[in-house]
Design a protein. Sequence first.
Lengths: 467, 363, 173
Amino acid sequence: MNSIIALSLFGIANLFLGFLNNRKILMPATLAFILFALGLNLADWNTEVLWFNNMLRTNNLSVNFTTVILVATLLVVAISRGFGDDEEHSHPAEYYAIMLFSVVGAIMMVTFENLLMLFIGLEILSVSMYVLTGSDKRNLRSNEAALKYFLMGAFATGILLFGVALVYGATGSFSIYGIGNFVTENRMGQSEITPMLYVGILLIIIGLLFKVSAAPFHFWTPDVYEGAPTIFTAFMSTVVKTAGFAALYRLLSVSFVGEYGKWVYLLYFLCAATLIIANITAVYQQSFKRMMAFSSISHAGYLLMTVTSNQATTQSSILFYSLAYSIATVTAFAVMILVSENKTSNGKPDESFDAFKGLAKNNPLLAFALAVSMLSLAGIPLTAGFWGKFFIFSDAFKRGLILDLIVAVLMSAVGVYYYFKPIIASYMKEGNIQEITIKPIYKLTLIITTILTILLGLMPDLVKSIF
Amino acid sequence: MYIALLICISLVLANVVIGVYSERKIAAFMQDRLGPMEVGKFGFLQIFADLFKLLQKEDIVPALADRKLFLAAPCLIFIAIFAGFAVLPLGPSEYLQGAKVEIGVFYLLAIVSIDIIGILMAGWASNNKYSLYGAMRSVAQIVSYEIPLGLSVVCVVIICQSLDLQEISFQQGIFSPEENYLFGIKALGIDVTQVGGIFTWNVIRMPFFFFLYIVFFIATLAESNRAPFDIPEAESELVGGFHTEYSGMRWGLVFLSEYGMMLLVSFLGAILFWGSWNTPFPNIGFVRLADWTSGNSGTWVGIAWGVFWLFLKAYMGVFLQMWVRWTYPRLRVDQLMYLTWKVLTPISIIFIFLSSIWRLLMI
Amino acid sequence: MLNIILIAFCILTVGSALWVLWTKNVLHAAFALLLTFLGVAALYVMAGADFLGITQILVYVGGILVLLIFGIMLTNQAGNKEGGKNMILTENLNRFWGILIAGGFFGLLFYTFTQAGFQEVEQQHFGEISNHSSTIQITGIQLMTDYVLPFEIVGVLLMIALVGASFLASKNE
């Protein structure tokens, strides 16, 4: 709650900072704001508070999720080079302000106690994403992506809201614990459950799956990820996904856990479908950014698997996976921004795999960071991603989701194929990339993320024990 | 309910007759000329001549117009405006209010906004660039000015704690169910509930309301597309605005709605700010001016006095609108937008703040 | 009497909604939507939610519909001026899938609502619904007490929408 208030105020402060002629101050200020919010958030550790008539709940789980979100935002802001360079066409104050506001929405999605707060948080996050996606106004693809995202997203929100209304009608409560109590009591056989509740749950799940881009609601993802400016793609694929899964998990594990036997089948098959569709399609991509979009869908599939298994360890699995995935994704996009801007084809940044050819020769750091992040995404041992997958698979194994497990293992193998493409391009292919100059903070971010990925890969208990 | 309906419909119809005549006479007076003089004594029958002309005229639909929409648009505009009359209390009697609803003024603001759709429909269906320009300008103007209008109404609602126009009316006179203090400040301790008259009107209960009324008045001028906010029908630029292509009785309907809107907002202004159907004269000692000019609540005399005062106030408002029309030149589009977004809206927000504080002083 | 009015408004709502679907003239569809909104508002009022009904008119008719019509009128319609008429025509595409999906959804909701047992649900969870003549006072008090946080936080949403809209709509310098 404190971080929500602080970030709302900082967003406005950021807009005012935009009036200053000095654009250089914006990024350090934003970083400071986020760090401050992170501090406020961590101060809530081991406290259990319900805010404003059961609207939000602060507890260790919410603090953990908020931390993951804030860390991801911090990393994205740290690599947000470029805003200040193009004096005429960029509006860094607005970008940063909207990012801060959207984090407010994301935090609300992980701390909500009342479905109203979930809806408002989701809307705040989505609306800011629509704007950021279309922020490259001169780029037609960016415009198209924003429009697509907006139309699809608005539709998904409508479906979600309809679901919320039906659930409210069936249970008489907006509070997730209130709904949970109702559902469990009725399982005891006190009164019959109307179909309204089931339709409500179905619509809510559909709405949320839309936002986290699980199949078959993933069609917007590749176009939007490709069209959006890369920095915002990184933001979208980390923060939105984490917040979306946190919301989905809280809702399913608290409110609808009494009906586990019903919704598990839906998620069981959707999870397998997501994994298959995403990984098979990713193999055929030529563009790195598009490949990352499908990779993002496939990770949604893995996360969906642990949500489906609904074990006691699920929350820590989601947290660890989100953290590992966020760090690796931000690193990958950071390298891609540098490389693609350095190498243009037809006046546009080259986002294909070919752009990475020969990267290792003159830029060993970049190539190494890219390799580590790709290995982590693929789930190779000694990286954070391996443990993320490991925890998720063990959750699924405990629940006995055999079909999902088989599909997931197979698709991880497929994943290795396409995640190795950029590594092979940068280490084994010949290319002519000169040494790319990197700003100190950018370099620092890359080093930190790379180290974190390896460290978490070697000692996952560092974080896992906290979650 | 049905009595109020009949009264309102005849009022709106009579109003256009009175309005047109008085507009021409007032314009003539201000420009130091005589106005219509030929037909009847002082040109009094001119209005009937105009009316007959209007009724006889052919109702022309342009060949390339979108026929259905073209025919429907004036009716929609008229219905929207006329629906606004449903919640007006025309006097201190339950028979003189169409619908006794608790959300009266909110309903009024909402239903009147439908008139925008009618204007857009008329402008588009005419298939004429001047009509379309006029409609666009009109809608942009009405939508923008709805904000200061709504905010200024909210100020009054904060003071009165009610959206029901009849309840707001009762509060502002000697029939008030609650106690009224001078300037609304309880700490002063001067109870004016039995004094009544002008001292219990909203403009005195919250003295800053006089300035708020100016904001309200400007906003209502723009809402009813009256000069100096008549760029939607600027004759020198757009021929006739959104109703360029209309003729005959359909044009008459548009005209009817325009005068109906003028009357509606004048009624609203009188009810919200100027004491509604309450007398302006206070009781001073044994000179019971307020009692004498209000009658007893619920009797025929009381109702007659109430109706008299309300109509007097409303037509003062209409007169003010005509006065402004013949005094000020037309605004440019950018000035118009500047006025609403950068002047009136901030001012009305400040007034909301002031009213909230004032309300705390009142209890 | 009330039943007849109710049925009349239902017919108005559904009929105008069908008109929105079937007409090929986009603007006719937009204006038919006006009737749908009004019908829905009337149904709200008849269900005892007067504040909601008026808000529906204010928001949807006064705001969204105007925006919609402006959007249609201001977008490029080259090729729609056949014979000098300004009609913006569209095709009805994907009828089969459209009808299938809409029909399926309708069937699902219809089944749900017939099975819902609203009176039971009402007694079970919502207690005695007070026979107050208006919902506005309750709504206002609830907004300022129990639901003050969502009410305030919507400000952030509006802020983003405002900043985003002005940012996206501003000219490319």
